[in-house]
Design a binder for this molecule. Structure first.
Ligand code: SF4
Length: 377
């Protein structure tokens, strides 16, 4: 397939998100020098119009937008930002061979000492290992390699042009050997064909064998063109899948699918992955990096509150309970003063004055604080 590069100048490179994406990748910022991807995975959420921003989403893997001033823009924007995790991904593609914008951006990240998270399908990430090691020395680097399944038939059907899985695992081992936090982003898990226990366990075991420390599981989402292409790929792989996917996503012919699998399915897979990770000595969440300083305690506490939202989702708790913890996590995470000082000065009453912190969550925070104080003594 012939690739076309469309060069342009961007006015902005860093997306500043309203909240960190806990309890997943913990990023506050994202930045992407290229738009489109030659790998052209059928299930890639970037195919949908709202991410791609193109009239013709079918050009996703043929026409690659190149933000030629990405490095200069990053230099201009990053100095005004709080040092939080910058989250990037799938940078290593043919455009990088020609433009080296990702490498230039890594140099900027190193210069400012921001922590960095990468989710990547390409083993070519190892060509930037020197910079990753330097960034990790200065702050922190976490890398999750995206692998849905070890099954080569599934890879051929759903991501035929992405790099080989064995090479991704070898790259994981190389990064782990250099002291970088690595693991697997098991996303998307393909319902009915990539979600049985033996497949999940094989990937978790492979992650462990290649120095990985965590495996994060995520379901297949369905949206617009991406949904149509995923369904076509699934039907080509096994014609029976079309009906199964239509049922799972409540997707009538001529209608629209639900965005994600049912909560009960996600909870069942999440609990199974948790159990299998524990069996092999891995985590099913990536620990959050928090920079040392007066607000570190807030970040740690917010991490705990975000993790609680995941627990509740696995328990299939009512939405209002999940949202209560999520909003409290945002409050604590974005608080400008040390929450421990508030608690020491005014106790639970002081916590309850914070937005989105009711009596029950204030009591839970107070228990966490007491433990934190005791461990610190
Ligand atoms: S490699 Fe990543 S960005 Fe590229 S098509 Fe596949 S999922 Fe999308």
């Amino acid at each position: 397939m012939r690739l076309e590069f469309q060069e342009y100048h961007t006015r902005k490179i860093v997306n500043v998100h309203k909240h960190v994406d806990g309890p997943w990748f913990w990023g506050k910022y994202t930045a992407h020098p290229y738009v489109g991807c030659r790998s052209g995975c059928e299930f890639c959420y970037c195919r949908s119009g709202r991410y791609l921003g193109r009239r013709d989403p079918e050009t996703f893997d043929r026409v690659i937008g190149v933000k030629v001033n990405a490095v200069e823009r990053l230099q201009g924007e990053i100095f005004g930002l709080e040092p939080e995790i910058i989250s990037v991904g799938d940078w290593q593609q043919p455009a990088e061979d020609r433009y080296q914008l990702s490498r230039g951006m890594l140099e900027v990240v190193l210069e400012v000492g921001f922590p960095l998270f990468i989710v990547e399908r390409s083993p070519l990430l190892t060509r930037d290992l020197d910079l990753l090691v330097e960034i990790h020395r200065k702050s922190w680097v976490g890398v999750l390699f995206s692998i849905s399944s070890l099954d080569p038939a599934l890879k051929r059907a759903f991501e035929p042009r992405s790099p080989g899985i064995k090479r991704r695992l070898e790259a994981m081992a190389a990064l782990a050997g250099a002291g970088i936090y690595v693991g697997t982003s098991m996303m998307p898990i393909l319902p009915f064909v990539g979600d049985d226990e033996s497949q999940l366990e094989a990937l978790i075991r492979a992650t462990k064998d290649h120095g990985g420390q965590c495996v994060l599981a995520g379901g297949l989402t369905m949206d617009g063109v991406q949904a149509e292409r995923t369904l076509e790929a699934a039907s080509r792989f096994d014609p029976a899948l079309e009906d199964q996917y239509r049922k799972m996503y409540r997707w009538p012919v001529g209608g629209k699918p639900k965005y994600g699998p049912p909560g009960a399915y996600n909870a069942r897979i999440g609990l199974l992955v948790r159990e299998l990770c524990a069996k092999h000595g891995l985590l099913d969440r990536m620990p959050r990096y928090a920079a040392p300083g007066p607000l570190e305690v807030n970040k740690r506490l917010a991490e705990g509150l975000f993790l609680k939202t995941y627990e509740l989702e696995l328990e299939q708790a009512k939405d209002f309970r999940v949202w209560a913890y999520r909003k409290a996590a945002w409050t604590v995470d974005e608080l400008g003063e040390n929450i421990l000082d508030i608690y020491i000065a005014r106790g639970e009453a002081g916590l309850q004055e914070l937005p989105n912190v009711g009596k029950g969550i204030a009591a839970a925070i107070a228990r966490w604080m007491e433990k934190y104080i005791a461990e610190d003594e």
